[in-house]
Design a protein around this ligand. Structure first.
Ligand code: ZN
Length: 236
């Protein structure tokens, strides 16, 4: 029932809305695959400049800080590359600009596996609903993957067509595969903790939350710690 993914892709492209999203959603998986020899690229769509409740923090200054946090986390996870598209936080728009940018990254990196947000996940219980940028980035990525990146008449200037074989969507309400992250849970926790601007709690709070969440998914998958995904097989 609970399928554990054991194969390691050769090239991975993760596309997330904000600088901390990849680490929160899939940091253990990205670290595991990087450690096993995969080439792992990350594209962050927005600059994250509005991710604060403090009116005195300038968005441009926050965006600059978050680039630093992201670089620190990327080094821990072992990413091959990371790039911030720098679109305005909170106003990500699913249009030709974003789709074209994602198609260009897919065609350039030529991933067999792509990771991103599950855009169909809206309400998480009664306490949280999914950020607009997460939903927007999720839909834009899916539309960029298929058919756009795979067919030559879509964004013809963005390089030769490429079809990724699979998409793994995190932040999902309907996970159907799990990745065992027991060996990389400490890396994930440390990577999440790099995003200091996003966690107001006491030291170690974020890492603890990461462990609890991964333990919960691990119970569903029959391993100590896991990350759950909705998987789409796209051929290719
Ligand atoms: Zn986010």
């Amino acid at each position: 029932m609970s399928e554990l993914v054991s194969e390691v892709p050769s090239v991975v492209l993760a596309v997330y809305a904000h600088p901390d999203d990849a680490d929160v959603g899939a940091g253990g998986t990205l670290a595991r695959w990087a450690k096993a020899g995969a080439e792992v690229h990350l594209v962050v769509c927005t600059d994250g400049g509005r991710g604060t409740a403090d009116a005195r923090t300038e968005p441009a200054e926050l965006a600059r800080r978050r680039r630093g946090e992201l670089a620190e986390a990327a080094a821990l996870v072992g990413l091959t590359s990371h790039e911030v598209l720098g679109m305005t936080d909170g106003e990500l728009t699913d249009g030709p600009e974003l789709r074209g940018a994602l198609v260009a990254r897919i065609r350039r990196t030529r991933p067999d596996v792509v990771l991103g947000h599950d855009p169909t996940a809206v309400f998480f219980g009664q306490d949280y609903f999914n950020h607009r940028d997460h939903r927007t980035a999720g839909w834009a990525l899916l539309d960029a993957l298929a058919p756009a990146a795979a067919l030559p008449h879509y964004f013809p200037e963005a390089g030769p067509p490429h079809q990724a074989a699979a998409a793994y969507l995190s932040g999902t309400l309907e996970p159907d595969v799990w990745v065992d992250v027991s060996d990389t849970i400490a890396v994930k926790a440390a990577a999440v903790e790099c995003h200091r601007s996003q966690f107001q709690g006491s030291d170690g709070w974020a890492g603890e939350a990461v462990h609890l969440r991964a333990e919960e998914e691990g119970r569903r998958a029959g391993v100590p710690f896991a990350e759950g995904f909705r998987r789409l097989r796209l051929g290719g």
